[in-house]
Design a protein around this ligand. Structure first.
Ligand code: SF4
Length: 293
């Protein structure tokens, strides 16, 4: 397989073959993100992608899903994504889901007809970085879209029958804003209806814009106890039916995993037990993190 630069994929895709179609991230401007800071964005050539598809075919007997890397692979033009999907179908006919990271702007750049066509070729699930449902927060972190745009574009995905998995980040609103952020984000999720909710926690790394903001005092990190209370409020306010809530990541102090609404109480209890075991004093700080952000 040809891999270049850092490769990231959602934890739930740990068993999915990764097919590199882009290098880096075309946006590369989120203030907290250090993942592709030193990587120049470019797309991979179709003949190289085809070679890798053949290798996936020869490595695995059965492939249900393929994950296209990298940071916002859905940035590729619809025609190019169609070519890639057709190649996957040619060599791996049993593959029923082609998925990848997508930004709201990537969705906006495609017509309804293109979305429907991509869906018909197996691109039926996308991981979308939502992070927060608060306009000011989204603007501060330079996510590249507004909350209203996100609502509209996710609605377009839903109409095209392309499921989306919402990626969120605890602590992104900063100290003192976790509660309001959680309520607004839960409301946003209830409206936009993701088929999975994934939650990580903000980690701030040297070299990022957010790191500078902390040095300047224009952004103050939430403490761990605030992050956990934010997580509780988020879970409490989500009203989605039969949606997996995936709060397991190296950045999360207390991992939680369950199906909503069935496991709501169980997950809330897990957080309370975690707070009790770790102690509020230890959680009154912000831990240094080394995971993906
Ligand atoms: S968070 Fe995602 S969209 Fe933002 S710069 Fe990093 S890889 Fe790109």
């Amino acid at each position: 397989m040809h891999y270049e630069g850092p490769i990231y994929r959602p934890p739930v895709e740990a068993d999915t073959p990764l097919l590199q179609v882009t290098v880096g991230c075309a946006h590369n401007k989120c203030t907290y993100c250090s993942m592709y800071k030193d990587v120049c964005f470019r797309m991979e050539k179709l003949d190289q992608i085809e070679e890798d598809i053949k290798e996936i075919r020869s490595t695995y007997r059965r492939v249900e899903r393929v994950f296209l890397v990298n940071g916002d692979a859905f940035v590729l033009k619809a025609d190019y994504l169609k070519d890639i999907a057709l190649k996957i179908k040619e060599y791996i006919p049993e593959c029923n889901t082609i998925t990848m990271y997508a930004s709201i702007q990537n969705v906006k750049a495609k017509t309804d007809e293109e979305l429907r066509e991509l869906r018909s070729l197996g691109i039926n699930e996308l991981y979308v970085g939502i992070e927060s449902g608060v306009e000011e927060v989204i603007s501060n972190i330079n996510k590249g879209h507004t909350v209203q745009e996100a609502r509209e574009q996710l609605e377009r995905l839903n109409k095209a029958n392309i499921a989306h998995r919402a990626l969120l980040m605890l602590g992104v609103a900063g100290k003192g804003h976790g509660e309001e952020n959680a309520k607004a984000t839960a409301k946003f999720l209830n409206e936009t209806k993701p088929d999975l909710v994934w939650v990580g926690t903000l980690g701030v790394f040297e070299g990022t814009k957010m790191y500078e903001e902390i040095q300047e005092g224009t952004f103050v990190e939430a403490t761990e106890i605030e992050n956990l209370m934010e997580l509780k409020t988020l879970i409490n306010n989500i009203e989605l039916q039969n949606v997996p809530f995936y709060g397991v990541h190296t950045t999360n102090v207390v991992p939680v995993l369950g199906m909503l609404p069935r496991d709501k109480e169980k997950m809330l209890q897990t957080i309370d037990t975690g707070i009790k075991n770790l102690g509020e004093e230890a959680l009154s700080k912000t831990f240094k993190r080394g995971g993906r952000m």
